[in-house]
Design a protein around this ligand. Structure first.
Ligand code: PAF
Length: 289
């Protein structure tokens, strides 16, 4: 594995590999790799000739009160994990390398951002879109891999790739779960023991929602109530949101139909957990993939 810190070196390597018709699988991250990232790397390894991992804590996507300077970093550990996953190139630029001067062009994401987690993080997805535009132009990936846990991010990236005609296949990768269904996250360690037991109810409530939709229910309010009631009665968590939207457009639905997302966020004493499921709901009663 080669660690590359300059844009010029990364582009030179990639242009060379592209000339040899190699497919490039790209996993962009902010480092401090966890199991979710490793799943993306494994998938990229299976499907491409070359795997590029980027580690860059992107200041543009942090709000003024957010934790850019204290965001966890452990490059040595990340480097060994990347080696174990068979990464070919680890792109690890500095902030000065990525943003040497103030930008003359600004990307504003106009849709899919004013709901779910984006509602409380103004400008966050503009920063994500800006850095990914740069990274896509530097790495020129054939396929780019993102976890479905951040389903809103995947929706925004789908819009970016489509609107700006990046010749990139977006690969959303399924959420990795613990045995009891809890979505894996490095934040789960901040759950108190009783909260950890209760946290399994998040996925249980999503599974119950899916089953109810499979049984023919199409009213979003009924489904949201079902989920909220389960979370309130079976956990001490405080619901931040329970929402159902079309996916990836993230528009409000009168009736549950087509591709839709059920997304939840619940605050426990020291940690806020998110989870979601994406469903294909057919016209016919019970038609759920
Ligand atoms: O999901 C992340 O880690 C970041 O938002 C991303 C996609 C690497 C952009 O900085």
């Amino acid at each position: 594995m080669r660690v590359i810190t300059t844009i010029k070196d990364m582009q030179t390597e990639i242009i060379n590999l592209k000339a040899q018709s190699k497919s490039i699988g790209f996993v962009p991250t902010m480092g401090f790799l966890h199991e979710g990232h490793l799943t993306l790397l494994k998938r990229a390894r299976e499907e491409n000739d070359i795997v590029v991992l980027s580690i860059f804590v992107n200041p543009l996507q942090f709000g003024p009160t957010e934790d850019f300077s204290t965001y966890p970093r452990d490059f040595d550990r990340d480097q060994s994990l990347a080696e174990c996953e068979g990464v070919d190139f680890l792109f690890y630029p500095s902030v000065e390398e990525m943003y040497p001067h103030s930008s003359s062009v600004r990307i504003i994401v106009q849709e899919r951002t004013d709901v779910l987690c984006g509602k409380s993080r103004p400008g966050h997805f503009d920063g994500v879109a800006a850095v990914l535009t740069k990274l896509f132009n530097i790495v020129l990936p054939t396929r780019a891999y993102f976890g479905k846990k951040d389903a809103q991010q995947v929706a925004v990236i789908e819009g970016l790739i489509t609107d700006f005609n990046f010749p990139i296949e977006l690969i959303p990768v399924d959420i990795v779960r613990e045995e009891d269904g809890l979505a894996k996250s490095s934040r789960n360690v901040n759950l108190l023991p009783n909260e950890r037991r209760q946290a399994a109810v998040l996925f249980k409530s999503l599974a119950a929602a899916k089953e109810t939709i499979e049984g023919g229910e199409r009213n979003p309010r009924t489904i949201k109530n079902l989920i909220s009631n389960m979370i309130c009665s079976e956990t001490n968590g405080e619901i931040d949101y329970v929402e159902i939207y079309s996916y990836p457009q993230l528009k409000t639905l009168e009736n549950i139909d087509g591709t839709c997302i059920i997304a939840i966020a619940v605050k426990f004493s020291k940690v806020r957990l998110i989870d979601n499921i994406i469903l294909e709901v057919g016209q016919e009663i019970g038609g759920v993939k």
